[in-house]
Each structure stands twice: as C-alpha cells, then as structure tokens.
Design a protein around this ligand. Structure first.
Ligand code: ADP
Ligand code: TYD
Length: 203
C-alpha cells in the first residue's frame, strides 16, 4: 500500500484530536491528500458503541460485558480498516486516525482482559507506519477534560486513566512503530515535536 498511515494514541484529554487536526493541515499544506478519521467511528456500529459503552459507563464499566465491549470495538475497527483506511492508502493518501487498536489494548487490558486475546481479535488491523503516543500525567489530562467539559466522575476516571497510561507505556516497548511524545508542552510545541518525528521517521 502506497499511502502513509499515522495514528494518535493517549489517555482521554491528552490532545489527540487537537494534534491529529494540526498534522492533517500540515500535510495538506504540503500538497498531500489527507483522510482524517477516528475510532470509535461515526458509522452506525460506532454510534452503538458510543451509546452502549462510552455514554453507558466507560468509567464504571459498561452495561455490556468487557468481552463484548472489546469485540464491539474490534468489529467497528474491522469495518473501518476495510471501508476507509485500506482504500485510502491504496489511493496513496495520508490517513490520520485518532485512536486505533492500541486503544483496545490499553483500555480493555486495563479492564482485566488478556492482552494476548486482545491482540488476537485485532490481528486483522494493519499496522500503521507510525503510532504517536501523547503521554502526560493523569492530573493534567483531568484538568484539560474539566476545561473541555463532559465527564463528571473524576475520581474514578483518575484511577482508570492511571492504569491506561501505564499500559500505553508498556505497549510502546512492545510495538516499535509506537513513539512517545511529551504532551505537556503547549499545543504549538507538541505539534513541532510531532512534525519533527514524522519527518525523521517517514519522509
Ligand atoms: P483528546 O482528543 O486526546 O481527548 P483533545 O485534543 O480534545 O484531547 O484535548 C483536550 C482538551 O485540552 C481540549 O480542550 C484542548 O483544547 C486542550 N488541549 C489540547 N492540547 C493541549 C495542550 N498542549 N495544552 C493545553 N491544553 C491542551
Ligand atoms: P474518544 O471519544 O476518542 O475519547 P477522548 O476524545 O476523550 O479521548 O473515545 C471514547 C472512549 O472509548 C475513550 O475513553 C477510550 C475508549 N476506547 C476503548 O476503550 N477502546 C477502544 O478500542 C477505543 C477505540 C476507544
């Protein structure tokens, strides 16, 4: 496949959607055709996931079992890969995705599921050229989420986010395409670090 596939990962509020958008603009200014996308997706399946899992209780644990949760995220991803990501890469486009299978590994592993099983059910997910892990302390991510509005049960969220952050750092040791970027700096400085990384690794 001839395109470039980049994904953003990190705990909630780490700046993924902000940085994905800036990187998409950076590529577009240089004449690339870009597909900016995300998971869970905006498809009907993605909407079910948001309703059942994200709104249903990503903090306390969802109304469905953790196994179902993992399988739903994987099913949404399977459609995303086949219908959106692979076709765009075949057309030589840059695909930038806000969350990918590493999110399933980090979050559903934090729920207590087996990492091996999670890797297995996500085996179809083609590996990106670069997975950018926006890393920052939980305290700062919670501060940003409070400013953005939305979640409310902050104490429980802190505990989950701490586990997820540690999981991401372990995943970065397992997957060579995953590179850690310090997300504590200003939006502009984080963007500059990401551009430097992209130029060094991919262009
Ligand atoms: P995510 O997509 O990872 O949940 P967002 O990009 O939505 O994160 O960012 C969460 C909030 O923090 C937003 O209100 C955003 O404007 C703000 N934000 C993003 N990056 C930074 C940064 N480097 N410094 C301060 N605030 C930031
Ligand atoms: P998202 O809307 O990207 O949250 P945010 O913008 O706050 O980072 O993702 C919704 C939630 O779904 C988020 O808490 C992470 C979780 N999630 C999983 O648990 N597993 C997955 O495979 C994916 C894609 C997301």
């Amino acid at each position: 496949m001839s395109g470039i596939f980049i994904v953003f990962e990190g705990i909630d509020g780490s700046g993924k959607s902000t940085q994905a958008k800036l990187l998409a603009e950076w590529f577009e200014e240089r004449g690339y055709e870009v597909v900016l996308t995300k998971e869970p997706t905006d498809s009907d399946l993605g909407k079910i996931i948001r309703k059942l899992i994200v709104e249903g209780g990503i903090i306390d644990g969802s109304r469905v079992s953790y196994e179902t949760e993992a399988l739903l995220f994987a099913a949404d991803r399977a459609e995303h890969v086949k219908r959106v990501i692979e076709p765009a890469l075949q057309e030589g486009k840059v695909v930038i995705c806000d969350r990918y299978f590493y999110s399933s590994l980090a979050y559903q592993w934090a729920r207590g599921l087996s990492l091996e099983w999670l890797i297995k059910i996500n085996e179809f997910a083609i590996r990106p050229n670069l997975a950018i892990l926006l890393d920052l302390p939980t305290k700062e991510s919670i501060r940003r989420i409070k400013v953005r509005g939305g979640a409310t049960e902050f104490d429980k969220l802190v505990e989950l986010q701490k586990r997820v952050r540690q999981n991401y750092l372990k995943l970065a040791e397992m997957f060579p395409e995953m590179k850690i970027v310090n997300a504590m700096a200003s939006i502009e400085d984080v963007h500059k670090d990401i551009v430097a990384l992209v130029e060094h690794e991919l262009l």
